[in-house]
Design a protein around this ligand. Structure first.
Ligand code: GLC
Length: 741
């Protein structure tokens, strides 16, 4: 079927209808069926179904010859020749791996993240992939959850920006371009609220919280043009997302008018029976279809039972047609019907691991690094003052682990490890001793700890590379204790006892509780899982070639028992303050029942985090002053102009992420104590000053109120600007006109 390359939406819809009119019911249902193609000889075992038009999409195949053969069979040997959507988890890179999304969020650089996604799409497209199951935009306030690694963290505003950036990056400026791939915002919705941080666990989220916290990043991704959306595995307020009509029909279609494809998660249709929502796969197919799922990923309920449901009059063919039209529309919009569009010429790897991809991956890694501690300027290191360095720990030379979770097509052989980068940087002038000390991040104490201690004792400085193997984060990999695994803390103690400066670099897929380690090291650099170029990025920052600029996208708890802990919490009626907090060790014996605090804190952990959202140190010092508003009485139609003077008071250039927070002091529902409403990366030379400006409009202050409608209310507001969410530099203003949308 030929098509002009300049099809308008009307042309596309007309061609969808023309094709639909030719399709049998069986062929229509075939388009709603996505099959796994990861096994050997996929063209063999899927061939008959492809020829019969029983498959509309495949996933988990990235061998070009196989993809081309699957597309050839689908387009040349089936009756209507409809091309396949070829889906793949291209989450943070395809072959060139960027930092995990949580690390990319720490860059606070959506433009760079968009470039990374664009390059990932280019690489994936060389292997015939035309659909990625990303970005994952689940808000996560729980570091026990393995999938926080795939998220952009705890904040709505920040997640919205990255949702937009990744969708635009993957889909490019022209969906028909051969290197554009469909994005998929997932997992709709509220998956990050899984009870106790256990994956796939129950979520109970009040509608107001859903609308103000968990839904906005999906809306941001859809407004950025996302062609598809994936349902979550989880039970949402008693109805699993894959059968949740409130989410899939009322919110997604009726309120948001989303015209894209809704795909289930892996076998999440048939899992409705396991949830106990349905008695069998037929009813599961009925519930998912009638709720609004268009395509079933790797399950078989649709392809097996939809025809019988139509024959029984329980499902109308028009419902099938609606789903199939959305699938065909996505295929037309992607240009898959263009002649030759789905037969990709082999490039012998030329399109993979390009210099540009490596450079952007390194830039993302560099900007993702968050300096959490730097006592007495322990960092940056100056190799001219060093004659010997000990590189210790399980993650100094772990090329696979540094890639992180969800890297199906990554290759550890491409990785530049910290050890390799530091060796290269130091050359022969400095003696480098490398002692892994542990076989992997979970190893227990061994005699190799003594070797590590000796290496440290005999060196000018000890560089510790600690953290989590990649398998400890990502889907289904949740932890109830989020401290350093294995006996790493003991390794730190042994090294510390040698009396030399200790610098720690931590790679992990989540915030960790670092308490006992923090006070044993002079500096700590958080590297998440930094991807292919992580080692070079870390080396550049350790030796001062680059100044760290990363800021935390998620709160670091003091203790796992504080979870959920996040900066934009509600005030409560009895908020904790330093003078109301009593530590468990300081309580008098027989203390009277009401003698303690009586506010919202833990006796054994207080109420403050280890590190707040937005935190990150630099090698220079930034000073904030002269925070001014253009008015303290803001009318509804006015723009609030916020200006602050930022000065680099240090000895070297650096980049600061200037953050803007707002609080609505009184609302018809209680409002967070702070909400991020803007941020800017500002690069200043030593001694340089700049005025940083933000604008706020009444619409920026809207929220879902008591009646689940967006409202903006008159009243008093507070505005803060600073380098993290604990900033106290603030001004106030009053919004003087009232209008509910
Ligand atoms: C997984 C994940 C989902 C992924 C899909 C395909 O179970 O939940 O995020 O895209 O299956 O791999």
């Amino acid at each position: 079927m030929s098509s002009s390359s300049s099809d308008s939406i009307q042309d596309v819809d007309r061609r969808v209808q023309d094709l639909l009119a030719k399709m049998t019911l069986a062929e229509k249902i075939g388009q709603m069926n996505q099959q796994n193609a990861s096994e050997e000889n996929a063209a063999g075992y899927l061939g008959d179904d492809l020829r019969a038009g029983r498959i509309g999409s495949v996933l988990n195949v990235s061998d070009l010859a196989t993809v081309n053969e699957l597309q050839r069979i689908a387009t040349k040997e089936s009756r209507l020749g409809i091309p396949l959507l070829v889906g793949r988890d291209v989450i943070h890179g395809f072959r060139t791996i960027a930092p995990i999304p949580l690390g990319q969020a720490a860059t606070w650089n959506p433009e760079l993240v968009q470039r990374g996604a664009r390059l990932a799409a280019k690489e994936a497209a060389t292997r015939g992939i035309n659909w990625t199951f990303a970005p994952m935009v689940d808000i996560s306030r729980d570091a026990r959850w393995g999938r926080i690694a795939e998220s952009f963290g705890e904040d709505v505003f920040l997640s919205n920006r990255f949702a937009e950036a990744m969708v635009k990056g993957f889909q490019g400026d022209d969906l028909r371009a051969p290197d554009s791939i469909a994005a998929c915002v997932k997992h709709f919705a509220g998956y990050g609220a899984s009870e106790s941080g256990r994956d796939y666990a129950t979520t109970n989220i009040p509608e107001n919280e859903l609308r103000n916290v968990y839904l906005p990043p999906f809306k941001a991704g859809i407004d950025a043009g996302a062609l598809t959306l994936m349902t979550s595995f989880s039970d949402v307020n008693g109805v699993p997302a894959t059968a949740n009509r409130f989410l899939l029909q009322q919110v997604l279609r009726d309120e948001w008018d989303f015209g894209g494809v809704v795909v289930s998660d892996w076998d999440s249709v048939r899992q409705l029976e396991i949830h106990g929502l349905t008695p069998n796969a037929t009813e599961s197919g009925f519930e998912a279809l009638t709720a609004g799922v268009d395509m079933e990923m790797a399950g078989g309920a649709f392809i097996t039972h939809l025809q019988e449901l139509i024959a029984a009059g329980r499902v109308s063919e028009s419902a099938i047609d609606a789903a199939v039209c959305r699938i065909l529309r996505a295929k037309f919009l992607l240009g898959l019907f263009e002649p030759g569009a789905v037969c990709v010429e082999p490039d012998n790897g030329a399109g993979l691991v390009t210099d540009e991809a490596l450079a952007v991956s390194k830039a993302l890694a560099t900007q993702s690094l968050v300096l959490l501690k730097n006592d007495n300027g322990a960092l940056p290191l100056d190799e001219r003052t060093l004659s010997s360095v000990a590189v210790i720990g399980p993650l100094a030379e772990a090329p696979y682990e540094q890639l992180g979770t969800w890297i199906f097509d990554g290759n550890a052989n491409d990785s530049v490890t910290p050890l390799a980068a530091i060796r290269r940087h130091l050359g022969d002038a400095v003696t480098l001793t490398h002692v892994p000390a542990m076989e992997h991040s979970r190893s227990r104490y061994s005699e190799r700890f003594a070797q590590a201690a000796q290496a440290a004792r005999e060196s000018d400085i000890a560089l510790l590379f600690l953290g989590e193997e990649s398998i400890l984060s990502g889907e289904a990999h949740c932890r109830a204790d989020i401290s350093l695994p294995g006996d790493q803390a003991r390794l730190v103690e042994e090294v510390r006892a040698q009396g030399v400066p200790v610098i720690a670099v931590v790679m992990a897929g989540r915030p960790l509780t670092l308490g006992n380690v923090l006070n044993q090291v002079d500096a700590l650099l958080y590297a998440w899982h930094p991807g292919t170029m992580g080692g070079e990025a870390i080396c550049d920052v350790l030796f001062g070639l680059t100044c760290p600029s990363g800021k935390l996208p998620a709160t670091f708890p003091n203790a796992v028992g504080q979870i959920p802990i996040y900066y934009n919490q509600k005030h409560t009626g009895k908020p904790p303050t330093p003078d109301t907090v009593v530590h468990i060790d300081d309580i008098d014996a027989q203390a009277p029942q009401t003698s303690l605090g009586m506010t919202a804190f833990h006796l054994d952990a207080g109420y403050l985090p280890q590190f707040p959202f937005g935190f990150g140190l630099s090698y220079t010092e930034f000073e904030y002053a002269d925070l001014n508003l253009n008015t303290e009485q803001l009318e509804f139609t006015q723009i609030l102009e916020i200006a602050v003077r930022l000065t680099n008071r240090g000895e070297r250039a650096g980049t600061e992420v200037v953050q803007l927070y707002v609080r609505d002091l009184v609302g018809q529902v209680t409002r967070p104590v702070k909400e991020l409403k803007g941020f800017k990366r500002v690069h200043l030379q030593a001694g340089e000053s700049a005025t940083v400006r933000f604008e706020l409009r009444a619409a920026d202050l809207s929220f879902y109120g008591r009646h689940m409608q967006p409202v903006t209310e008159a009243g008093d507001f507070q505005v803060w600007v600073g380098g993290d969410s604990s900033t106290t530099l603030s001004r106030s203003f009053t919004l003087t006109a009232e209008r509910s949308h």
